[in-house]
Design a protein around this ligand. Sequence first.
Ligand code: MN
Length: 227
Amino acid sequence: MSTVFELTTPTVEIAGRSERYPVRRIYCVGRNYAEHAREMGHDPDRDPPFFFMKPADAVVASGNNVHYPPATSNFHFEMELVVAIGKSGAKISQDRANDHIWGYGVGIDFTRRDLQQKAKDMGRPWDAGKGFDESAPISALHSAADIGHPQAGRIWLEVNGEIKQDSDIAKLIWSVPEVIEHLSGLFTLEPGDLIYTGTPAGVGPVAAGDRVTGGVDGVDTIAIGVV
Ligand code: MN
C-alpha cells in the first residue's frame, strides 16, 4: 500500500544489539510515589492509579539535547523507571504481567508544569503540559532476559551534578505488575508500548544550559542537555 507521504516509526536503542525497539504508544502513570503525591498536594493513600499519554515521537535518546519548550516558564524533570511491553494483552492480571514485559529502561517525563497546573485548575486535559515535542527522553532498553524484573533499586536524578531526586523503585505505590493490570483494563497493550511508571519526590525546574543526569540502579542511566 502506498501513502501520500512517508512516516518514520520512532525507535529506541536496545543495549548490546543492532536491532532497535519500535515505539507504538507511550503511557505514563501519575503520582506513583507517596512523597511526590504529597509534594503535588494529594493524598497518596486514596488515589487509584491514573494514566496519561505522550506521542511516540516524543522519545529522545540519552546523550542528546532537548530544546527548552515553548509556552512555558516552569519546565520540570521527572525521573522514571520505564517498562517496555513485548506481548499483546488486555485485562492482564498482575500475576501474568511479567509475561508481557519485553524489558526496562529509564526515562525523563519532562513536564510544562505551569501548563499542567492550569489544565488541572480548569478541568482540562494534560496534553499540552505533558505530551509535547521531545518530552520523553529515554535510555537504551535492556531485556528482562538480561536484567530480570527489577523490584528495588535507587532511582535518582541530578541537575548539573546536584542531586534533586533520590528514592527507590521499591517505593512505587503501584508496582509494575499492578500498573499493567490497571492499564490493560483500560487499553489493549501491544508490543512497542512504553510505560513511564511515575516519579519520586524532588521534581523541579531546569533552564537552558542545564545538564540532567539520572538512572535506576540495575537498569541504566540517562544524560540529557537542555538547550
Ligand atoms: Mn511522571
